[in-house]
Design a protein around this ligand. Structure first.
Ligand SMILES: C[S@@+](CC[C@H](N)C(=O)[O-])C[C@H]1O[C@@H](n2cnc3c(N)ncnc32)[C@H](O)[C@@H]1O
Length: 227
């Protein structure tokens, strides 16, 4: 199954639910993090994939508007169908591409980048990715980001082995697990927690919290410096 093909998009929810124990909490905490935004806020969704966070936030925040970007057309197509089916198309604008090609220069109240920067293999490109997000936020704006990681003080090999065992128990096919493990050694980065926090701080985020952690997955709530 090729990553981010139409087949992958169809299987994505099942695989993500099995791969991330307690995955619903990852998105519920995102909603909770954005509860205090102005009622008419605008939110940038970076790497929207099949649309899970876009749909949940649109449901929870009925007057908020969204710009959702993703360079993988099959994922974006899947997202577009869901957005339309749930009647959110007036408030959700989709962009095929990365942030670099997003034409608008409007500043957002908040952004998400859930399970996205793990796909950027070079550290310099990942730094640029977070800098691009910070530039799109109003001063004090929030970023809710999540990525594969090894939490501080944890043993990398043992955490990956435990992830593998639980993924098998959760029903992910052996060949898919093996392919993912190989990708952990190449293009899919499982970074140390402190590397991720450094990216965020270097980009200009302050007050970073880590409200979610489950095996190899963590989420961070950060705020753009006021000025
Ligand atoms: C693991 S999926 C996560 C999708 C969704 N955020 C979620 O939580 O289910 C990662 C998504 O990020 C997209 N992506 C990869 N590199 C990106 C980049 N540089 N900018 C924006 N999106 C990117 C991929 O196309 C893919 O749809």
């Amino acid at each position: 199954m090729e990553v981010y093909s139409s087949e992958w998009a169809e299987n994505y929810e099942r695989l993500a639910n099995a791969g991330i124990p307690g995955r619903e909490g990852l998105y519920r905490i995102c909603q909770a993090s954005f509860q205090s935004l102005p009622a008419d806020a605008s939110i940038l969704i970076v790497g929207c994939g099949t649309g899970v966070e876009t749909l949940q936030l649109a449901e929870a925040l009925p007057n908020v508007s969204f710009v959702a970007v993703d360079p993988a057309q099959p994922m974006l197509d899947f997202c577009a169908r869901q957005v339309e089916a749930q009647g959110f198309d007036q408030r959700v604008s989709l962009h095929a591409g990365t942030l670099d090609s997003l034409p608008s220069d409007a500043l957002f109240d908040a952004a998400t980048a859930i399970l996205v920067s793990q796909h950027i293999s070079e550290d310099a490109d990942t730094e640029a990715f977070f800098q691009n997000i910070v530039r799109r936020l109003k001063p004090g704006g929030y970023l809710y980001s999540a990525d594969l990681h090894i939490a501080a003080g944890q043993n990398r090999e043992k955490m990956i082995a435990l992830w593998q065992d639980q993924a098998l128990m959760a029903g992910i096919e052996t060949d898919v697990i093996e392919a993912l493990l190989m990708r952990f050694e190449s293009d899919l980065r499982v970074r140390d927690e402190e590397t991720i926090i450094n990216f965020l701080q270097k980009a200009g985020f302050v007050s970073t919290l880590k409200p979610f952690s489950s095996l190899l997955y963590g989420a961070w709530l950060s705020q753009r410096r006021e000025r």
